[in-house]
Design a binder for this molecule. Sequence first.
Ligand code: S3P
Length: 177
Amino acid sequence: MNIVLLGFMGTGKTVIGKLLAAKLKMRYIDIDEEIEKEEKSTISRIFSRLGEEHFRSLEKKKVAEISQGDNQVISSGGGVVLNPENIKNLERDGVLFCLEAAPEVIFERTRRYTHRPLLETAGPQKAIEALLRKRSGYYQKIKNHIDTSDLNPEEVAQKVIRIYRENKKNKPQMDTG
Ligand code: S3P
């Protein structure tokens, strides 16, 4: 069974995902990295040259492909939740987690990096707040939520592992019910 990390940019998906994979001896997969490898391009370049809609279709294809695998920690881009088909694919053999953080924490964590096209605006703080508002309904639909604002990666990983193990234990019953 896979562990799937969803949630807004800057909520810790990459850091926590790598830590979880190392701890549980699972394969770490980053959907954005896989898209970049396949397209031989960067996410920023895909957005600027081909547009967000094109990126979303590449993302959908990659999610469907990666969802087939097992024993993986999957870190997804913040917009994966926008397409219900992605969630359906990931849920088939995965425990889904939505990582969360306060807008000001997200701003602090993302301000040093320039690889996020949706935040490359004159007002990234406003962009974060507006996107969070727009997406909150999508994130709320995810079963497990962990606020990473005041936790260190180790603490977040422990919470994920506990819930993942509970789900794994209960899986056979869930399948027959
Ligand atoms: C996006 C988040 C990014 C990346 C792309 C779009 C989003 O991933 O997929 O820039 O729509 O929230 P991270 O959440 O890993 O930064």
